[in-house]
Design a protein around this ligand. Structure first.
Ligand code: DSN
Length: 411
C-alpha cells in the first residue's frame, strides 16, 4: 500500500488493522470467507477504471475490447461451472440480482411465495423491512414446528390458495438441504415461476457436494463471496428463453455501468472453483460444520433442525439462558466472530433473539479440520457458560492467538 500510505495514511492504517484483525481472529460468520488466490488483485486491478454500460460487443462506452473479452470469459466459465444456459455476471450484489429477476419476471403487485426471514429466509425475499415487500405481494412459508425443516405440504397448500406468480427458495440461516424438485413441482402446479437464491451455498453447489437447483429452477441467483470464496458481487443464472429479459432487467433496468473489476474477480473465482482442490475444500466445509454441530450437541446445545447438511449450524441458546447478542459479544471479545440470528417461531427482534449462527467456510479456507473445530467448539462452550468471566476470555484469547498463528490466512 505504498501509494495509499502516502495519499491517505488514515485509511491505510484502517486497512492494516482490518488485515491484522482477520489474521488474528477466527471467522465463524456463515456469510463470510477468505478469498481465493488472486481475487484481491482482480478487484484492485485496472478494470476498476472502466465504464462499460451494456454487454460485450454492445457497449455504450468506447475502449471495451478487454472488458468484453473478460465478461465473455466470466460468462463462459460460470455457465460451465454450474451447467447453466445463461449467466448475467453484472449484478453488484445478491440483492441486486434478486431485484433484477423480480423486475424481469413480475409486474409490481404480483404475488410471490418465499421463505419467512425469521425461519431462515432473506431480507430481499419480501421481508417487511425490505422495499421488495412494497413492490410485490409476498406471502411467506416456513418450517414445520417439530422438525424445523421446510414444510413442503404447507407450501403446496399456500400455493394452491394464493396462486403466486413466483415461488422463491433459498435461505440465509437454514442448515438443511432444500428439495428443489418438490418446490419446482409445487410451482408448476400453479403455473408459477421458480427462483432459487443460492447465495450461501453456491460454493457447495459448484463443487457438487450438495444438490444443485439448476435442473429445477427458472432463475438462480447467488453471491460470489460466501462459500464460493470470490469477491463481492452477484450473478443470475437462467434458462436461455429468459436471457434477453434478464439482461435488460440488469442493464438498463436496475443498474448502470457494471463493476468490471468485480467481473474480473468473478472470472477468477469460477476458474478456481472448477479445480479439484476446490471440491476438497467444500467437502471439508460441510464436514467441519457437521463436526461443529456434533461437538456442540455433545456439550448439550440444541441445534435447530437437529444438525446440518451444509456450511452452518444454528444454535438455540434459550435453554441456556443467554441471548444471541450476549453470546455474539462474548465470542467476539475473545476473538471468535459469529452472529446472533432469529430462531424459527421465536417472533422477536433479532437483537433479542436466542439464536447464534456459526459457519465454517472461513476456518476451512485457513486449512482447519476436525481437531481445530473441536477446539473451537470447546472455546465456544466455555465462553457461553461464563460469558462475562475475564479469566475464561483471556484463556480463549490466548488459544485463538496460537491457533491463528498456526493457520495463517490463505492469501
Ligand atoms: N444475508 C447476509 C447473511 O447471511 O449474513 C449476508 O448477505
Amino acid at each position: 500500500m505504498r501509494a495509499l500510505t502516502t495519499s491517505d495514511p488514515e485509511v491505510a492504517a484502517l486497512i492494516r488493522h482490518e488485515e491484522e484483525r482477520l489474521a488474528a481472529t477466527i471467522d465463524l460468520i456463515a456469510a463470510e470467507n477468505h478469498p481465493l488466490p488472486g481475487i484481491f488483485e482482480a478487484l484492485g486491478s485496472a478494470f476498476a477504471v472502466k465504464a462499460a454500460e451494456g454487454y460485450p460487443a454492445a457497449r455504450y462506452h468506447a475502449g471495451c475490447a478487454h472488458a468484453d473479452a473478460l465478461e465473455d470469459l466470466a460468462i463462459r466459465r460460470c455457465c460451465a461451472l454450474f451447467g447453466a444456459e445463461h449467466a448475467n455476471v453484472q449484478p453488484h450484489s445478491g440483492v441486486a440480482a434478486n431485484w433484477a429477476v423480480y423486475f424481469a419476471a413480475l409486474n409490481p403487485g404480483d404475488r410471490v411465495l418465499a421463505m419467512r426471514l425469521s425461519h431462515g429466509g432473506h431480507l430481499s425475499h419480501g421481508a417487511a423491512a425490505s422495499v421488495t415487500s412494497r413492490c410485490f405481494q409476498f406471502e411467506h412459508y416456513g418450517l414445520d414446528p417439530d422438525s424445523e425443516t421446510i414444510d413442503y405440504d404447507a407450501i403446496s397448500d399456500l400455493a394452491a390458495r394464493t396462486r403466486p406468480r413466483m415461488l422463491v427458495a433459498g435461505a440465509s440461516a437454514y442448515p438443511r438441504l432444500i428439495d428443489y424438485a418438490r418446490l419446482a413441482e409445487i410451482a408448476a402446479g400453479v403455473s408459477a415461476l421458480f427462483m432459487v437464491d443460492m447465495a450461501h451455498i453456491a460454493g457447495l453447489v459448484a463443487a457438487g457436494v450438495i444438490p444443485s437447483p439448476l435442473p429445477h429452477a427458472d432463475y438462480v441467483t447467488f453471491t460470489t463471496y460466501k462459500t464460493l470464496g470470490g469477491g463481492r458481487g452477484g450473478v443470475i443464472l437462467c434458462r436461455e428463453k429468459y436471457r434477453s429479459a434478464i439482461d435488460r432487467s440488469v442493464f438498463p433496468g436496475c443498474q448502470g455501468t457494471p463493476a468490471v473489476n468485480m467481473i474480473a474477480a468473478k472470472a477468477v473465482c469460477f476458474n478456481l472453483a472448477a479445480q479439484p482442490d476446490f471440491r476438497t475444500r467444500q467437502e471439508q466445509t460441510v464436514a467441519n460444520a457437521r463436526y461443529l454441530g456434533d461437538a456442540l450437541t455433545e456439550r448439550d446445545y440444541r441445534l435447530v433442525a437437529g444438525g446440518t447438511d451444509n456450511h452452518l449450524v444454528l444454535i438455540d441458546l434459550r435453554p441456556r439462558g443467554i441471548s444471541g447478542e450476549h453470546a455474539e459479544n462474548a465470542l467476539a471479545a475473545a476473538g471468535l466472530f459469529a452472529n446472533r440470528n432469529p430462531l424459527p417461531f421465536e417472533n422477536t427482534h433479532p437483537n433479542r433473539s436466542g439464536g447464534l449462527r456459526l459457519g465454517t467456510p472461513a476456518i476451512t479456507s485457513r486449512g482447519m479440520g476436525k481437531p481445530e473445530v473441536e477446539l473451537i467448539a470447546d472455546w465456544i462452550d466455555q465462553l457461553l457458560r461464563q460469558p462475562d468471566d475475564p479469566a475464561v476470555r483471556r484463556s480463549v484469547q490466548s488459544g485463538v492467538a496460537e491457533l491463528t498463528r498456526d493457520f495463517p490466512l490463505p492469501c
